[in-house]
Design a protein around this ligand. Structure first.
Ligand SMILES: [Zn+2]
Length: 213
């Protein structure tokens, strides 16, 4: 019990017990509270003893998640500028989803028009696994709406990547030779993308308003 209470204290969790006429002893982990509900004190104690490994593991994991979510602070990045949550709540009255999508389309078109006169059609989807894609059949560049959380130069890099798929479908040497013409340091950009993709997940967890984009 001592290790358990130490871990709970460290993670700002409290252990509570409730005696209730329940059929099976059970546990609830919610809002910084670990509650064990059982028929008798004896049931509760033996349950805690039996499950303490699991309780420790789960509380540590929840604590890690909470700390990670705090990394993003109280502002939301949007095309490289950080805004308070209220900025997006205001947008919501117009249509958050449409605002995000059209802003990304406009951004992508402005960027591609510097490279070519005839660029593929841009479509923005709610893709949470992929940053983007290219459809040869439709000659369309597909972008994830979540790119909007990234700095502009990274959004541009992703757009360029997808645009290069118009000429080379696979991630072959020839494909990277194309990327290299504009982004010789693409490997470090790929690392940055991974970081921002993680930030995206944290933002979605922290700000319910962003579920509407
Ligand atoms: Zn690709």
């Amino acid at each position: 019990m001592t290790i358990l209470s130490q871990v709970l204290k460290q993670c700002n969790f409290e252990l509570e017990t409730q005696i209730k006429p329940v059929r099976l002893t059970r546990i609830q982990i919610k809002d910084g509270r670990v509650t064990v509900i059982g028929r008798t004190e004896r049931d509760i104690n033996s349950f805690i003893l039996q499950k303490q490994g699991w309780i420790i593991k789960t509380t540590l994991e929840l604590d890690k998640q909470k700390k990670e979510t705090n990394i993003v602070g109280d502002k939301i990045p949007y095309f490289g500028t950080w805004h308070a949550e209220s900025y997006f709540s205001k947008m919501k009255t117009v249509n958050l989803n449409k605002s995000f999508r059209s802003a990304l389309v406009i951004f992508a078109e402005a960027y591609l028009s510097q490279i070519t006169k005839k660029f593929p059609k841009i479509k923005v989807w709610k893709m949470s696994r992929k940053l983007g894609g290219y459809s040869k059949k439709k000659n369309e560049i597909h972008l994830s709406v979540y790119l909007s959380f990234m700095p502009k130069r990274l959004i541009e890099y992703v757009i360029f990547h997808e645009y290069c798929h118009k000429f080379e479908q696979n991630h072959s040497k020839r494909f990277y030779a194309l990327i290299n013409t504009k982004y010789p340091f693409y490997k470090s950009l790929d690392k940055e993308l991974k970081y921002w993709w993680r930030i995206k997940s944290l933002l979605l967890k922290k700000y319910p308003v962003l579920k509407n984009i």
